[in-house]
Design a protein around this ligand. Structure first.
Ligand SMILES: C[S@@+](CC[C@H](N)C(=O)[O-])C[C@H]1O[C@@H](n2cnc3c(N)ncnc32)[C@H](O)[C@@H]1O
Length: 277
């Protein structure tokens, strides 16, 4: 089975990869993904490129712990998920949501269980860092995705996994490395943003710091790609770089299965001769 994200994540890139494909480097030394989230780009590259060394990081420590457990202890994780799946009821959901176990395998299983059973399947925390999503209304949530976990386990072999802020994570990239940056998006209007991946917010100061890091990485000889919203602020921050418009599918509203598309940006920071298009 080809590896793909094991959790549904806000801002996940699975549905945009076909539009990104033409701009991805064909060759690179090492791969860095400092805003890993569901790591759609990483899993996709694993199936598309020759074996490469990779570092995935995120400031969400529950998510990084989950990848570490998938990497090292997939079987105990699956056993635990199976037990949770058998106990799944509304009462059990809220009991799991209220407690953060100390054991790493139990914490990883908790994250996956909540992700598969919560409303909309999105990880979101409140200002104190507590997961606060109500239970979703799925008839048969797919809690134990055995093949997916084993495929991710294989893809994650040899990968360095870190809980760290993006500036520290990006600092170690060198000439010839490929860095994909997918930060929380700059909101198009004050209410349009999803910024609750962790208890810390991601505002204009963080976007400016990220743009500085982007420039530094390009100067150092890294191949850099960054996803963000198509706002005036983002256009200005990256005005000296090539900005590609992509169409991101969106549900028109939560009750409808009709979709529209919203324009987003893919920003390229690397010499033209390295592009496949
Ligand atoms: C847009 S999502 C990435 C989605 C991912 N590309 C995917 O395919 O699922 C942004 C991620 O950045 C992480 N994040 C937020 N602030 C951060 C920071 N200061 N440093 C590192 N990661 C951060 C969030 O936890 C979230 O997982």
């Amino acid at each position: 089975m080809v590896a793909s994200p094991i959790v549904k994540w806000a801002g996940g890139k699975s549905r945009l990869l076909s539009q990104y494909q033409a701009y991805l480097p064909t060759q690179f030394k090492r791969y860095f993904e400092p805003f890993a989230g569901g790591a759609a780009m990483f899993f996709w590259l694993r199936g598309q490129r020759a074996p490469f060394s990779a570092t995935l990081s995120d400031s969400n420590q529950e998510l990084v712990n989950c990848y570490q457990v998938v990497q090292e202890r997939p079987q105990p994780l699956l056993d635990r998920l199976r037990q949770m799946s058998e106990r799944h009821t509304p009462d059990y959901y809220y009991q799991v949501r209220a407690e953060l176990p100390a054991d790493e395998v139990a914490r990883a299983a908790r994250l996956i269980y909540l992700n598969k059973t919560c409303y909309n399947g999105l990880y979101r925390v409140n200002s104190s860092g507590h997961f606060n999503v109500p239970m979703g209304r799925y008839k048969n949530p797919s809690i134990v995705q055995e093949e997916k976990i084993w495929a991710a386990h294989t893809a994650l072999q040899g990968v360095t996994l870190n809980t760290r802020p993006f500036d520290k994570a990006a600092a170690v990239a060198r000439k010839g490395d490929f860095v994909y940056l997918d930060p929380p998006y700059q909101p198009l209007n004050p209410t349009s943003s999803f910024t609750s991946y962790t208890k810390d917010s991601f505002g204009e100061p963080q976007q400016r710091l990220l743009a500085q890091i982007f420039k530094r990485l390009v100067r150092r000889g890294c191949q850099v790609m960054l996803s963000n919203s198509d706002s005036e602020f983002v256009q200005e921050l990256y005005c000296e770089f090539e900005r590609i418009e992509v169409q991101a599918p969106r549900f028109i509203n939560s009750k409808s299965d009709k979709r529209s598309a919203i324009k987003e940006l893919l920003i390229l920071g690397r010499p033209a001769e390295n592009l496949s298009k």
